[in-house]
Design a protein around this ligand. Structure first.
Ligand code: TRP
Ligand code: SF4
Length: 325
C-alpha cells in the first residue's frame, strides 16, 4: 500500500470549509493508503493565536474533531507533531540543504509576514522546511492538500533532491494530491472561509445556529429580488449544497435558482437542514469522546509514527555521515 501523510494546524475550531476541503477527503483516503495524519502543533507556534485555549487544548480538540469526522485509528495513524523529536531533528538537517532564496519566494511566508508584522520570526521563515520533514520522514508518496500548499510540496521535492544529491539517496519525492472540492468561500462571499475572518460555519454548530448563520449570508449579488434569476455558479452557498445536500436537492436548486423558482430564503432553509443532518452525528461523537480516550489514541499513534520516522532518521544520519551514537 502506498503511503500518505498530511497535516493540519490546531487552529482552535474546525469549520465546514475544512471539512469539505480536507477532512472528508482524509477519511476517504484512509482506505486507499497507509495514511499518517499529523496535528502540527509546532507549526502553530509560528504565530500568536487569538484563541483563548492553550496550544495543548487546541491540539486535543483538533484530534477529537478529526476522530469525530471519521478518522479511524484502526485504519490510519493519528499523532501530534511535537510528540516525536524526529520532526524537529530532521527539520534542522534539511535547513542545511535549503536555499534561503527559495524560502523567501514562498507565498505563505509573504502573506503571513505581512499579517503578523510584529512577529516575523525565524520559525515562520523556515516553516516549509519543518513541513518537508513531516512528509519526508514517512517517505510518503502522496500528500493531500489544498491549492495553497502546492508550492510547499514542490519545495519538499526540491529539498529531497538536494539531500539525495549531496549525501545519499534516502528520500522519496512526494506528490501533492489536490482535494476535489475547490476552495469554500466564507459566508461573506469575499474570501476563503476562515475563523479569523469570522465568516465561518463551525463544524460543531447545531441546526439553529446553522440557520442563523445562513440567513444573512451573501448569495448571488445580481439576484436582488425574488423574481430575479440567480446563478449557482457565482453563489457562494451552492458549493455547500454540493458538499452537504443529496443529489436531487442539488439538481433542484441548480435548476430552480436559474429560473427564479426557488427563493434564497427557502434555498438556505433546505441547505441548513441538510448540513445539520450531516453534522449532527459528528457533533454527538465529538462530545462523546473523552480526553483520556483521545490521549490514548494519540499516544498509540505517536508510537506507530515513531517506528517509521526513526528508521528514516537513522538513514539520514548515516547518509550525512554523522558520528554514530
Ligand atoms: N502547512 C500546512 C497548512 O497550512 C499544514 C502542514 C504541516 C502540512 N505539515 C504538513 C500539510 C505536511 C501536509 C503535509 O495547511
Ligand atoms: Fe444561491 Fe440558493 Fe439563492 Fe440560488 S437560490 S442564489 S443557489 S442561495
Amino acid at each position: 500500500m502506498k503511503r500518505l501523510l498530511s497535516g493540519i494546524q490546531p487552529s482552535g475550531e474546525l469549520h465546514v470549509g475544512n471539512y469539505l476541503g480536507a477532512i472528508r477527503n482524509w477519511v476517504d483516503l484512509q482506505d486507499e493508503y497507509e495514511a499518517f495524519y499529523c496535528v502540527v502543533d509546532l507549526h502553530a507556534m509560528t504565530v500568536n493565536s487569538p484563541a483563548p485555549e492553550s496550544l495543548g487544548e487546541r491540539t486535543i480538540n483538533m484530534a477529537t474533531a478529526l476522530l469525530a469526522c471519521g478518522l479511524d485509528p484502526e485504519k490510519s495513524t493519528l499523532f501530534v507533531q511535537s510528540h516525536l523529536t524526529e520532526h524537529s531533528e530532521l527539520a534542522w538537517i534539511l535547513n542545511c540543504v535549503t536555499p534561503m532564496g527559495e524560502l523567501y519566494r514562498m507565498t505563505q511566508f509573504k502573506d503571513k509576514s505581512s499579517q503578523h508584522q510584529q512577529n516575523i520570526n525565524v520559525g515562520l521563515f523556515t516553516y516549509p522546511v519543518l513541513q518537508a520533514a513531516d512528509i519526508l520522514l514517512y517517505q510518503a508518496s502522496a500528500v493531500p492538500v489544498g491549492e495553497d500548499q502546492v508550492q510547499h510540496i514542490e519545495l519538499t521535492r526540491e529539498i529531497a533532491r538536494k539531500f539525495n544529491a549531496r549525501f545519499k539517496k534516502v528520500f522519496t519525492e512526494p506528490k501533492a494530491v489536490l482535494t476535489r472540492t475547490g476552495r469554500i468561500r466564507g459566508l461573506d462571499g469575499q474570501a476563503k472561509m476562515s475563523k479569523t475572518l469570522n465568516n465561518q460555519i463551525p463544524l460543531l454548530a447545531d441546526e439553529d445556529a446553522i440557520h442563523k448563520l445562513l440567513r444573512p449570508a451573501f448569495t448571488d449579488p445580481a439576484r436582488l429580488r425574488r423574481t430575479d434569476p440567480g446563478n449557482p455558479k457565482v453563489c457562494n452557498l451552492f458549493p455547500l449544497h454540493q458538499g452537504f445536500s443529496p443529489d436531487d436537492d442539488i439538481q433542484r436548486v441548480d435548476k430552480e435558482c436559474r429560473k427564479a423558482e426557488i427563493g434564497c430564503v427557502e434555498c438556505k432553509r433546505l441547505l441548513g437542514a441538510n448540513m445539520a443532518e450531516t453534522l449532527a452525528p459528528i457533533r454527538e461523537k465529538y462530545h462523546a469522546l473523552g480526553n483520556d480516550h483521545v490521549q490514548g489514541v494519540l499516544r498509540d499513534g505517536a508510537e506507530r509514527a515513531r517506528a517509521v520516522a526513526s528508521k528514516t532518521l537513522e538513514k539520514v544520519r548515516y547518509g550525512a555521515k554523522l558520528l554514530k551514537v
